[in-house]
Design a protein around this ligand. Structure first.
Ligand SMILES: [Zn+2]
Length: 468
């Protein structure tokens, strides 16, 4: 059943029910792209998408209305196509092929110019020569058709068929405008362990069709007619769709927040439990950091070779881990605050999204009485790690995992103890209010902690940020 109809039925049911849950501290946050101070561009995307279940392809058209806000004049448009990655090419996954782009045009000042997308050496990015200048402040239209070849891989992006059940995860599959910063287009290549995504918030108008046997969840709250889903959502950092056969959803309206849990039909009876967990987590982060700015959140329980993954208004969680402990779900939901709301360059400064999220999810778990001592780095290992490295600098997986998930939270725990809860939480809230819908960076974040701390935090910064 689609979540909009179910949401209505739940609302009607609640009218006749005396027991209504306590309202969360949700406040409305203005989601107006015009009011956002963009680094490089303000973009409104229109996507028309169709899933071809026979060939496992996503065919689509993209129309992006883009205003250059970079302060520079552009002569090209750069697109990140994370559906095409060196990772899949190297592993030679069945059905792997780079995304096909065709009929690409750029319309500047009313003149429609046919252009060719040139794929760059990192495979992930493409450039289109605009053939004329796009000055700062100019609004232009970029249009292209595409066919995405989805790899046969059970992960955050890919399809899998197991025991007659098909799951399709379209995480970061849609092509998006690359971010432009300090005179450069940011085109980090895809990394399989960790993240390299970085995009400005944008407005999305997405229409998606698929065969009727799929249960579908996506960013935002779609209107559904037969098997066509139409969703308009503003100020979001990405747009994601998950679909699966033999799956079902549990949907609940929690004081204006529509919670959807997607899981295998066999575990339908367990899905409300995850909605309950989601409520407590969303309330915890709202109180600790600030109000969640959106009206929906989807929890997708899927089989993954990882704990989970975060997208705007949607998280994936490893089913087995989710049944064992709330930790994986708490971590992914924490990312709705750090990365999806407060953006950053996940490739160059992964500690901002990964370590802050890890720490606030540790605080959540501790609030439930869990002993989280093992989440922190033991003193004897501290000398080996620093937390300001980029994903690419962390050449082995252990370095990245230790740095992002252990060393970063250890820094934040020590900082919290030095500052005290009141000042530390005030700093977290100021970081959120300062950078919501924008891009945070290390110096900006550390300066807010400096401002709120009554004691010097320089020794701690020197110890944990060896390169600073
Ligand atoms: Zn994470």
């Amino acid at each position: 059943m689609n979540k909009k109809i179910l949401s209505f039925l739940i609302s009607v049911t609640l009218l006749f029910t005396a027991c209504i849950s306590i309202p969360s501290e949700k406040k409305s946050v203005e989601k107006n792209l015009d009011a956002v101070e963009a680094l490089s561009a303000k973009t409104a995307y229109e996507f028309n998408l169709a899933y071809d279940s026979k060939n496992h392809q996503l065919t689509g058209t993209m129309k992006a209305t883009i205003t250059n806000c970079s302060g520079d004049s552009w002569n090209k448009v750069v697109i990140n196509d994370w559906a095409t990655t060196p990772y899949y090419a190297e592993k030679k996954y069945p059905d792997y092929a780079p995304t096909d782009f065709s009929n690409t045009t750029i319309t500047i000042a009313g003149e429609k110019i046919p252009v060719v997308m040139q794929r760059q050496n990192n495979l992930t990015s493409l450039e289109a020569d605009a053939k004329k200048d796009i000055p700062d402040g100019e609004t232009f239209v970029f249009q292209t058709d595409f066919v995405i070849h989805i790899p046969n891989f059970e992960y955050r992006y890919g399809y899998s068929i197991k025991d007659g059940v098909e799951r399709v995860a379209l995480g970061n599959a849609l092509p998006v405008l690359a971010l432009y910063k300090n005179g450069e287009w940011i085109t980090h290549s895809y990394v399989s362990d960790g993240e390299s995504f970085n995009s400005e918030v944008a407005d999305y108008d997405v229409t998606f069709t698929c065969p009727p046997e799929y249960e579908v969840v996506m960013t935002g709250i779609p209107e559904v007619v037969d098997s066509t889903y139409h969703c308009v959502e503003n100020c979001i950092r990405d747009f994601t769709i998950m679909l699966a056969t033999h799956h079902t959803t549990y949907v609940e309206d929690y004081n204006g927040l529509l919670i959807t849990v997607l899981g295998n039909s066999d575990c339908a009876a367990d899905l409300p439990k995850f909605a309950e967990q989601t409520k407590t987590m969303m309330d915890f982060y709202t109180k600790l950091v600030g109000p969640y700015p959106y009206d929906s959140i989807d929890i997708c329980l899927l089989d993954l070779p990882a704990g989970g993954m975060e997208y705007a208004e949607l998280v994936i969680c490893n089913t087995e881990q989710a049944f064992e402990t709330p930790q994986a779900l708490a971590h992914e939901l924490g990312h709705e605050w750090f990365y999806l709301s407060v953006g950053n360059d996940e490739f160059s400064e992964p500690w901002i999204d990964e370590s802050i999220t890890s720490y606030i999810s540790i605080l959540y778990m501790e609030s439930l009485g869990y002993d989280m001592t093992d989440s922190y780095v033991k003193k004897e290992y501290e000398k080996y790690y620093d937390i300001c490295g980029s994903v690419s600098a962390m050449t082995d997986d252990k370095y990245y995992r230790m740095s992002a998930y252990s060393y970063g939270p250890t820094f934040l725990r020590n900082l919290n103890e030095l500052m005290g809860d009141k000042a530390f939480n005030a700093a977290l809230q100021e970081i959120y209010n300062t950078y919501i819908f924008k891009q945070a960076d290390t110096q900006g974040v550390l300066n807010i902690f400096r401002k709120h701390s009554k004691k010097s935090i320089e020794d701690l910064i020197c110890r944990y940020f060896k390169e600073k």
